[in-house]
Design a protein around this ligand. Structure first.
Ligand SMILES: C[S@@+](CC[C@H](N)C(=O)[O-])C[C@H]1O[C@@H](n2cnc3c(N)ncnc32)[C@H](O)[C@@H]1O
Length: 288
């Protein structure tokens, strides 16, 4: 299958997801979009998408102009099975007692670790991002302290990696939700693949706005690895769906945003248990 890429750069602050979201509205629609910090100290952000047809140059030029970006560079990639290639290249990730690996690395966890098998797909959460790693290590630390959960929600589940980890270590009720239907489908498939199809419910919803999520509350453990802004807006819902003593693990927070997120949640009665920094990302474990 032929793949096209369209890449542009933006100067300055992290651009949020506005341009990436706008890309999703294009016709033909991209099969995937992303925002990455250019790692050469230039302060630039690279934004782009993958397409199966050549993207419309006029639409891209208008988009770039509207967002203060440079023109998109459109290129055709060789015919290759990109998903298969990415899968092969993804090495297993160790996170405390957990090992996240693809189906090409079955057995990577060995007999003493907990295997979470996840193949690269159109959802976030192969364990390679510092935010996912931060959440898994924070869960591992809670378990080491003797903490146990009975009712778990994973808001913004992506591949479902965090819900899967919780379901593998606790005999708990677990529900995973994502705003994106593709992520929900991916999480559902991953649960089945890992033998958790009847243990973890997967639903599509923004925040807790789904009947099953509301009915399952209060949760004693909630994961939310989404960005700082949505996390802060989620604080009232987080409070409504937890109880005193509940623990929440929040990530997707740039280090400079962590104090603000912590302050917002302090205002809703959450106190810090752990603050974990990996690279430029912070993961907060808070207790109500
Ligand atoms: C950074 S990924 C995290 C995936 C996975 N939980 C992990 O830790 O690797 C964030 C996910 O949250 C979803 N998301 C973003 N905002 C959301 C919201 N308000 N409610 C539910 N899901 C949301 C996105 O679609 C995306 O799949």
């Amino acid at each position: 299958m032929t793949t096209w890429t369209a890449l542009t750069t933006l100067p300055g602050e992290a651009p949020g997801l506005a341009l990436a979201e706008a890309l999703e509205g294009l016709d033909p629609a991209p099969t995937g979009v992303g925002v990455f910090e250019v790692e050469d100290g230039s302060g630039l952000w690279e934004v782009g998408g993958y397409f199966t047809e050549k993207p419309n140059g006029v639409a891209l030029a208008l988009l770039a102009a509207a967002h203060g970006a440079q023109d998109f560079a459109v290129s055709k990639l060789d015919d290759r099975d990109w998903v298969a290639q990415v899968r092969r290249e993804l090495a297993p990730v160790e996170a405390g007692r957990f090992v996240v690996h693809g189906s090409h690395d079955r057995g990577a966890a060995g007999p003493h670790r907990i295997a979470l098998e996840i193949d690269a797909a159109m959802a976030f959460g192969t364990g390679h991002h510092q935010t996912t790693l931060g959440c898994l290590l924070s869960l591992d630390a809670l378990i080491r302290e003797g903490w146990r959960a009975t009712n778990v929600a994973d808001v913004g589940a992506g591949t479902g990696v965090l819900a899967m980890a919780a379901a593998k270590v606790f005999p708990a009720r677990v529900i995973a939700s994502d705003i994106d239907t593709v992520a929900t489908e991916t999480a559902r498939a991953n649960m089945r693949w890992n033998g958790l199809g009847d243990r973890v419910a997967c639903v599509t919803a923004p925040g807790f706005r789904h009947g099953r999520l509301r009915a399952g509350a209060p949760y004693d453990l909630v994961f939310a690895n989404i960005l700082a802004g949505p996390l802060r807006r989620l604080a009232p819902q987080m409070t409504a769906h937890t109880a005193p003593g509940s623990v929440i693990i929040l990530s997707g927070i740039l280090n400079r945003q962590a104090t603000g997120v912590e302050r917002t949640y302090a205002g809703w009665g959450f106190r810090r248990m752990q603050r974990r920094v990996i690279g430029e990302w912070t993961t907060l474990t808070l207790r109500r």
